[in-house]
Design a protein around this ligand. Structure first.
Ligand SMILES: Nc1ncnc2c1ncn2[C@@H]1O[C@H](COP(=O)(O)OP(=O)(O)OP(=O)(O)O)[C@@H](O)[C@H]1O
Ligand SMILES: [Mg+2]
Ligand SMILES: [Zn+2]
Length: 239
């Protein structure tokens, strides 16, 4: 039995960040994982420190279903990723734990054995970033391509600025469409897996834009949290 304990943070590359691959040396998973972590941290989230799926409580039928979908998605990711139902959408009631679940799924896949390069896209922040760079084509395309080509994309709080207290308060403007449509459309056409959270339910997505709603809902397994106080975890002590 080998009683020596390794002093390396990563035994695979012995902290060199390079490992032998099929075509010579290639970057180790630990290096790629650190890159992904750095990108998430820009938005205030560290994948290794987020709330886990197993911290999601299931006291109601809908939370049981949502958690089961999340667990299943992580478990089956490699076998479903290229199919035409490779996406997931948690919709509806705010405070229902939609972000908890989608961030938990992303973190589990970044930190899992297989390492998936998951890109986190908080909708409001990324739309602002894209709009701010709209005049600088080279930079714009660089930012856009992070989201279009991600191995798995997580879109959090989609259309947050269009909803208040569960109802639509605005339309999708031409400028909104110009930035979000190419990302969702590219992923749809190329069968790339995407996970969404949104306070919009399917009807509200359809009201905002039918073409976009179709590209979100068609490849997705959808969980809708009905709008009611019981589904708001933040209010659990008051009801
Ligand atoms: N079933 C649950 N078990 C444990 N914690 C939960 C559960 N549901 C929600 N939470 C916690 O409640 C808080 C709010 O959840 P979260 O932000 O994920 O909700 P949301 O559906 O994304 O809301 P919003 O639409 O406002 O973005 C988080 O701290 C989350 O971890
Ligand atoms: Mg959220
Ligand atoms: Zn390594």
């Amino acid at each position: 039995m080998n009683s020596k304990t390794s002093t390396f943070k990563c035994d695979l590359c012995q902290d060199t960040s390079w490992v032998p691959g099929e075509n010579g040396f290639e970057r180790c998973k630990c290096f790629q994982r650190e890159l992904v972590e750095r990108r998430w941290r820009r938005f205030g989230i560290t994948p290794s420190k987020v709330k886990k799926i197993n911290e999601y409580e299931t006291r109601t039928e809908i939370t049981k279903l949502a958690k089961a979908k999340a667990v299943q998605y992580i478990r089956n990711f490699n076998s479903i990723r290229s199919t035409d139902e490779n996406s997931l959408a948690f919709l509806g009631q705010h405070g229902a734990g939609k972000s908890h679940l989608i961030i938990g799924i992303g973190a589990a896949l970044v930190n899992g054995e297989d390492f998936i390069s998951v890109v986190y896209m908080p909708y409001i922040e990324v739309m602002q970033e894209l709009k701010a760079n709209a005049m600088d084509e080279e930079n714009y395309l660089k930012i856009q391509s992070k989201y279009t080509t991600a191995e798995l994309l997580i879109v959090d709080d989609l259309f947050k600025d269009k909803v208040k207290k569960g109802v639509l308060i605005g339309e999708l403007k031409e400028t909104d469409m110009k930035h979000i449509y190419p990302i969702i459309n590219y992923r749809y056409i190329n069968h790339l897996p995407t996970i969404y959270s949104s306070e919009c339910d399917p009807d509200m997505l359809m009201d905002l834009d039918g073409a976009l709603a179709g590209r979100i809902l068609e490849p997705s397994s959808v969980v809708v949290f009905e709008k009611c106080k019981e589904n708001d975890y933040r209010l659990r002590k008051f009801i």
